[in-house]
Ligand binder design. Structure first.
Ligand code: LLP
Length: 441
């Protein structure tokens, strides 16, 4: 059984006399103004998380941070990060267009993904992308021919699959040989040899990404070690790497996880790469990280309201609190059995009886739950927040059950409150659809 209040609210969210605030703004007021469900993000929290990763280590070395756009692709969020100097990790032409629309620099973008279309490769090259992280030999060949047709030279890195167990949920583990991502060491070596022979390809780096929500340093250390051994082989081929991209994946605390700090992870990577360069005599490559969750995860909340309560008189049965947010708004619990802390936005009403509630949405799926077995004192109409919903929340949303997507609100460092995505309307939902005229006959 769990308590109503989380152990600690991520900064700069705080509870004062039972009310939740973010830098002087009362979140219940946000919920009333913009309605629920509603995502809110703290600009200060995003900037702080980015700055921690971007600042130099004790030796004065720093990594290039490419924000993984899939974690939160709202244009205002991308703009905040672009303005802070971030690069971006993208997986589609759509994400690249978002980065460009937010004023991001294409040369600071790395393009990951196991299935890029010819159209996407062409678009990325035309825009002057910084690096294409190639994930198969077939992609390497396709890219070479697209580059040749454009009379351009494609900057590439090959994503190595280091066969390391990231010890995370199987759906978000990517660095095992049974996963579809990247190339095994032997195939990657073949890829680099091929690239060297092709004048339309320019090797600029090597990369890996072993998974997401990783909560210990060891898998990162093992993957970096593998990558560096491989970099020594590349050196033997005459390749001088401009960068070494250690991927993303740093976990955050949703419940009781104790992930390493961003500083620990960054310093470990920088140190290992520096030691490698020193011991091999290679030029020290720029270290790149592709972090998503650790930059925006704790900065966001999903606000919701209790629609009704369904306590059961059967002692064996569950008590359900039905809220107005659902799996289509926040899919992580349904998909990964993920935990999001849950808290009231206002003081608990004096007569609220504590019960163990399953907090569920209105969607017609048994899997539509957001929190299970939480001890809360609830009444209809209570306002709630699901914590740490800034990453893979809104971006994984859908319109299932013809539910309009929620708005997104940005709490600015200045105290200003900005609507950065309006709530969808019914008209938005049907905009792309058409009934053929004869169906009315
Ligand atoms: N780079 C690549 C190539 C990736 O595939 C990912 C995430 C990242 C970087 C960023 O990883 P992060 O730092 O955010 O862990 N929907 C899941 C997470 C899927 C992650 C997919 N790839 C979730 O909600 O937990």
């Amino acid at each position: 059984m769990t308590t109503a209040r989380p152990q600690s609210l991520p900064w700069p969210y705080e509870a004062k006399e039972g009310w939740l605030y973010c830098q002087g703004v009362r979140l219940a007021d946000i919920a009333r103004q913009w309605g629920t469900p509603c995502y809110v993000y703290s600009e200060a929290a995003i900037l702080e998380a980015y700055a921690t990763l971007a600042r130099p280590d004790p030796e004065g070395r720093s990594a290039r941070i490419c924000f993984a756009v899939k974690a939160n692709s709202n244009l205002a969020v991308l703009r905040i990060l672009a303005r802070a100097g971030a690069g971006f990790d993208i997986v589609s032409a759509g994400e690249l267009r978002r980065v460009l629309a937010a004023g991001g620099h294409p040369e600071r973008v790395v393009f990951s993904g196991v299935g890029k279309s010819i159209h996407e490769l062409r678009y990325a090259l035309e825009q002057g992308i910084g690096c294409i992280n190639v994930e198969s030999l077939a992609e390497l060949d396709q890219l070479a021919s697209v580059a040749s047709s454009l009379k351009r030279i494609a900057p590439i890195s090959i994503r190595v699959n280091p066969d390391i167990d990231a010890q995370t949920h199987p759906y978000i583990s990517t660095g095992l040989k049974e996963n579809k991502f990247g190339l095994g060491i032997q195939d990657a070596l073949e890829g680099y040899k091929r690239a060297l022979k092709n004048r339309h390809l320019r090797v600029v780096g090597v990369d890996c990404h072993i998974g997401s929500q990783i909560t210990t340093l060891k898998p990162f250390q093992d993957a970096t070690q593998r990558l560096l051994l491989f970099a020594t082989d590349l050196h033997g081929l005459g390749i001088e790497l401009e960068h070494i991209d250690l991927g993303g994946g740093l976990g955050i605390c949703y419940h009781d996880e104790q992930p390493p700090s961003a500083d620990e992870l960054k310093n470990q990577g920088l140190q290992m790469v520096a030691n490698w360069a020193q011991s091999t005599g290679c030029k020290e490559p720029q270290v790149v990280f592709e972090m998503g969750r650790s930059i925006v995860g704790a900065a966001g909340l999903l606000l919701s309201q209790v629609l009704l309560l369904k306590p059961s008189s059967d002692p064996e049965a569950k008590h359900f609190a039905v809220v107005d947010a659902a799996m289509n708004d926040l899919m992580r619990p349904s998909l990964y059995q993920a935990w999001h802390d849950l808290m009231l936005l206002h003081p608990s009403q004096p007569k609220a009886e504590l019960r163990r509630w399953d907090v569920v949405g209105p969607v017609c799926e048994t899997g539509d739950w957001l929190a299970r077995d939480r001890s809360l004192g609830l009444f209809e109409g209570d306002l709630l927040a699901f914590a740490s919903a800034g990453a893979y929340g809104s971006t994984m949303g859908s319109n299932y059950n013809s539910r309009p997507r929620p708005p997104e609100v940005l709490l600015r460092e200045s105290g200003q409150v900005d609507l950065i995505r309006r709530r969808e309307t019914f008209e938005d939902l049907i905009e792309l659809e058409k009934i053929p005229r004869d169906l009315w006959d």
